[in-house]
Design a protein around this ligand. Sequence first.
Ligand code: FE2
Length: 283
Amino acid sequence: MNNRLETIVDLKKYPIQDLDSPLMKKLIKKCKYDLDKFSCSTIPNFILPKSLKIMNTELEQQIDEVYMSKESINPYLNSNDDASLEKDHPKRIFSKRYNGYLNSDLFGKDSEMKFLYEQEELLKFVSACIGISPIYRWADPLACHAYNIMKSNGILPWHFDSCEFTLSIMLQKPEKGGIFEYCPNIRKPGNENFEEVKKVLDGNRKKVRQLKLEPGDLQIFKGRFTLHRVTKVEGNRSRYLAIPAYVLDPWRVNTPEHSRAIYGKVLPIHHERNIKRSDGLAD
Ligand SMILES: [Fe+2]
């Protein structure tokens, strides 16, 4: 039994070290159903209160190293305009963004979040919930298990993630706003579905769902195929989220443009591995 893991995850309620236990079989079945139907599943109070405190402290101790960015982006997390496309194409619709990340390469060697991300138990549990094996930890050294910070007036407009599966662990809720909204499975490999994406960008709420996350809750989410956003954060308390991510391709990293716009820097690995995505989707 992994001693440190049991101080982080509520293993009594969620014994992720034993996926064949009746408790876990039942939970995995529920998560898989939610993920297939809504591209999203929530597990309440997954992280123990004491560990949550450690993660919050970790982030606050390095808050000065957070990269805050105000660059406007399109739903594909790109800030460059492509004038060859029609004027109202979703790729040409840029929205205001104000949020920040504590990049994964800045985490301490002994970091609580980094430790959790590196555990096989967590990876195998997520893989079972999604129903895909193998999945991999993300090779992107900046983005793989970042902390996300949204201060007062912070906003994250409609977008798709470049990794396939994102976990979200709510660390600290804002006083008001900062609500996660999503449109399940709106695009899939080989089909961008620009028409439906455009409708959502234009304000159509028909496909939009909201999710309420409490501190300690774990959300598993198919972010590459699901248009999503976070509404404006109101009040003085910042919204803190841990966002460890998993991918289908252990080699791929963010594009150089994406890394610069979102994480504030580009490493040699982003240039070396900048090739067309095998699923044909934009990011
Ligand atoms: Fe996202």
